[in-house]
Design a protein around this ligand. Structure first.
Ligand SMILES: Nc1ncnc2c1ncn2[C@@H]1O[C@H](COP(=O)(O)OP(=O)(O)O)[C@@H](O)[C@H]1O
Ligand SMILES: [Mg+2]
Length: 261
């Protein structure tokens, strides 16, 4: 009976639960009563123009910013009251490239392991380095790496503690096409292996191809939340010139301009 109940609570536990989250910076309301639940194993897109509140929401989930109101949890662990547990469940690839320039790639990843209290992580670190095609740069200092290579290290850093939930905040901003494609392949494989993925990106074509469900944020509010398929079919009549199929960019532009169905 106890076992059964555990199975039930496990199956009901969201990978990410966001309830009535609000956050202001002075007079600016960055997030306004945002609620959202993301299930384990989902590949979820968080889209919105610059300043919509995406990074603020991610920072709240990572415990870096405190919400004014509301609750959020990762795999059932509250991001405030159970910070360490929630943080262990989460890997974040941040929007900004921030590194200690004097460490090598391998050292950067080993320090990150230490931050999570993991020892003897060398085999896993080597595996991540290999999967992200960083082997030839493993002993190079971070400052000598190109922007694209630094991005790869950011992704590697998010994975050292094997988190079940991974959030990527514009991981391909300013990255060349080849790296973008190899990153997407890698991230898709993580999702196939059972990881929950949340992605913010300006590349709507890629969001359309990768994300099963999408939330659109505008001025701190969720203005659309549905499966990619439903979003595309609900807005099926918006392409007025009648040329080609409606794509996510058409839907995005329509929703952001306040267009009705
Ligand atoms: N630390 C901060 N102090 C003041 N304003 C901030 C801070 N962080 C974000 N903002 C503001 O909050 C809003 C949302 O920003 P952000 O979450 O970075 O949006 P996005 O990631 O969608 O571009 C923006 O107007 C931004 O200028
Ligand atoms: Mg951002």
């Amino acid at each position: 009976m106890v076992f059964l109940r555990c199975l039930v609570c496990r199956s009901m536990r969201a990978a990410i639960s966001i309830k009535n989250i609000s956050k202001s910076y002075g007079a600016l309301q960055a997030l306004d009563d945002v609620s959202l639940s993301i299930e384990p194993g989902e590949f979820f897109g968080l889209l919105g123009p610059n300043g919509a509140g995406k990074t603020t929401l991610i920072s709240i989930l990572a415990g870096l910013v405190k919400a004014d109101r509301g609750h959020a949890s990762i795999m059932g662990a509250d991001v405030q009251s159970a910070f360490r547990e929630a943080r262990r469940m989460l890997g974040v690839v941040p929007q900004e490239l921030v590194f200690d320039p004097f460490f090598t790639v391998r050292e950067t990843l080993q320090f990150q392991s230490g931050y999570f209290g993991i020892r003897n992580n060398d085999a896993w670190v080597d595996e991540i380095i290999a999967h992200l095609d960083l082997t030839s740069k493993a002993d190079s200092n971070m400052r000598s790496l190109s922007g694209g290579m630094k991005r790869r290290v950011l992704v590697a850093q998010a994975l050292v503690h094997r988190p079940p939930v991974i959030i990527l905040d514009e991981p391909t901003a300013g990255v060349d096409v080849e790296l973008r494609q190899s990153l997407w392949q890698f991230i898709s494989r993580l999702n196939q292996d059972g990881h929950t993925i949340v992605l913010t990106t300006h590349y709507l074509e890629e969001a359309e191809a990768l994300c099963q469900r999408i939330a659109m944020l505008k001025q701190g509010k969720i203005v659309a939340l549905d499966t990619t398929e439903n979003l595309l079919s609900q807005y099926g009549s918006i392409k007025k010139d009648g040329e080609g199929k409606v794509d996510l960019e058409d839907v995005f532009v329509n929703i952001m301009s306040g267009g009705a169905l």
